[in-house]
Design a protein around this ligand. Structure first.
Ligand code: GUN
Length: 292
């Protein structure tokens, strides 16, 4: 029997735990965790993401401070706001939603977030130490952390397993590979130049797909009994839907679920975990402040 890894349910459990911890932090230290969200421009998908993040904050008792800047905002204006938020005692975490408009260099903007408030875990100093033995990041990036948490909470052992990650993006593929390595998996990181990809993916006990191509991973690429984590969220046309489209993952779910031991659906797998990990990092940031 294939286990469906229910990210919606696991994320709900984590949010309940966070809600209790937030209440305890308030009672014991009088501190309410605060997250500043910075949205530049009017990309509808980004606006929806930020709204979901702020709603999730409200549900667990985290205060969110929303900043919505026009698409014409200059890099200096954004950097000034980030610097100001960096100084504020009631802001424990800062999230600059990406993508940013063309006139703003994304790397410069993300690097400006002080590492102690980088709850997205996007700062290169946070990403870099993931690969260093004996060191831990101030904050682990949310989506990779969500993947690991799904494995842990499903009872999947990581140490000693063959893990194959598809995609080497800076915010998902590379960090999830480093995190699996730090948990003692034997890791292969595949990308667009990998030769004979199916022969590599078929070796995986744990297969993580993060390439952003709908239904890319087919059943012949998966070892029977593998655990499959699908990070993809791809919108494809679907005339049977009122909206005319639907979200699918990087994995051909219907075919792969027949041979995998466990698999995450899309939607309802990794997606809800990303926000749960953002809340967890914001709580952690506030806790560190309380302990200072
Ligand atoms: N854009 C898409 N996903 C994310 C995310 O997790 N954090 C930020 N800051 N921007 C994003």
């Amino acid at each position: 029997m294939t286990t469906l890894i229910d990210g919606t349910a696991i994320a709900a459990t984590i949010r309940d735990e966070i809600k209790d911890d937030v209440a305890r932090l308030k009672a014991q230290h009088g501190i309410t965790p605060g997250l500043a969200t910075v949205l530049v421009g009017d990309d509808p998908a980004s606006a929806t993401y930020v709204r979901s993040k702020r709603k999730a904050c409200a549900e667990v008792g985290i205060e969110s401070f929303g900043y919505e800047l026009p698409a014409t905002t200059t890099q200096d204006e954004l950097l000034r706001l980030v610097a100001e938020l960096g100084q504020r005692a009631d802001v424990h975490g800062i999230l600059v939603q990406v993508p940013l408009p063309d006139q703003i260099d994304e790397k410069t903007a993300l690097d400006a977030v002080p590492i102690q408030k980088d709850v997205d875990g996007f700062n290169p100093a946070n990403l870099g130490v993931l690969g260093v033995k004996g060191q831990r990041p101030v904050f682990a990036p949310c989506t990779p952390q969500g993947c690991i948490e799904l494995l842990d909470r499903t009872g999947v052992k990581i140490a000693g397993k063959r893990a194959v990650v598809l995609g080497r993006s800076t915010i998902v593929g590379l960090p999830v590979a480093l995190m699996l390595l730090s948990r003692d998996a034997t890791v292969t990181l595949c990308h667009s130049k990998t030769v004979n990809l199916p022969s590599v993916t078929r070796e995986a006990d744990i297969l993580v797909a993060a390439i952003g191509k709908a239904h890319f991973v087919t059943a012949d690429m998966v070892k029977p009994g593998a655990v499959v984590i699908d990070v993809g969220t791809n919108r494809i046309a679907d005339p049977t839907r009122k909206s005319g489209s639907r979200l699918v993952g990087d994995v051909d779910f219907e075919a792969v679920k027949e041979i995998a031991a466990a698999i995450t659906p899309v939607p309802g797998g990794v997606g809800p975990m990303t926000i749960a990990m953002l809340l967890k990092n914001t709580l952690l940031a506030a806790r560190r402040r309380a302990e200072k």
